[in-house]
Design a protein around this ligand. Structure first.
Ligand code: DX5
Ligand code: ZN
Length: 227
């Protein structure tokens, strides 16, 4: 399996999202990561379905929509209609996670479950066979540009082991504080979908930053980086 790079537009200029998408696509982005925040589950407020629908019209690659909202069940249809190809929901807000995951899949969208840094891998135990991907948060969600939490690396290995035991080859996504300095290690620990916000859009050349991150991730696949 290859590694998919998913630049997060959270750190892009919101007045020029089309240009941001085009730049990272030229750099080889595989997905566009879209951070949806409601000011309740996380302190920040970002964007909703209309903006996702506009992005869908200009993006050539699939949209990976990360819902950081308290009531994702109410909005799954809207984000699927807006054009999300991947939709991830936080385990922390969902007492009926099984129902939600299957509701997303029934819409023809890939369903992901997200774990906050303080959420144990064990919550995935009974849903591990059903998910299309798992997202491991390597920062506390809410803002771009935070520092990678080192424990996330061993958490990736734990999630991989759990998915393998369930016989599920689903990829693991990592989100938060990933840059050129640690992307090799997260790939070696099992991440196959890599979100990068600040490392792409706070750089002077997002196209080149995307290309460099992809190259570093691919290199780690062929020669794993030591722990
Ligand atoms: C954080 C978001 C991330 C964020 C990552 O709440 O879920 O997707 O954009 O940004 P960086 O790569 O800057 O940590
Ligand atoms: Zn995200």
């Amino acid at each position: 399996m290859s590694v998919l790079l998913a630049p997060s537009i959270l750190s892009a200029d919101f007045a020029a999202l089309g240009d941001a998408v085009a730049a990272v696509e030229r750099g080889g982005a595989d997905l566009i990561h879209v951070d949806v925040m409601d000011g309740h589950f996380v302190p920040n407020i970002t964007i909703g379905p209309p903006v996702v629908a506009s992005l869908k019209r200009v993006a050539k690659v699939p949209l990976d929509v990360h819902l950081m909202i308290t009531e994702p069940d109410r909005y799954i249809d809207a984000f699927a209609r807006a054009g999300a190809s991947y939709l991830s929901v936080h385990a922390e807000v969902l007492p009926h996670l099984h129902r939600t995951v299957h509701a997303i899949k029934a819409l023809g969208v890939k369903a992901g479950v997200v774990l906050n840094p303080s959420t144990p891998v064990a919550v995935l135990h009974d849903i591990a066979a059903d998910v299309d991907f798992v997202l491991v948060m390597s920062v506390n969600p809410g803002f771009g540009g935070q520092t990678f939490i080192p424990r996330s690396e061993s958490k990736l290995r734990e999630v991989r082991a759990l998915l393998d035991r369930a016989g599920n080859p689903a990829p693991i996504e990592i989100d938060g504080g990933v840059d050129l300095g640690n992307i090799g290690r997260v790939v070696s620990a099992g991440a196959r979908m890599i979100v990068a916000g600040a490392a792409v859009f706070n750089s002077p050349d997002p196209e080149r930053a995307t290309r460099d991150l992809k190259a570093a991730a691919a290199a780690a696949l062929t020669s794993p980086v030591a722990r």
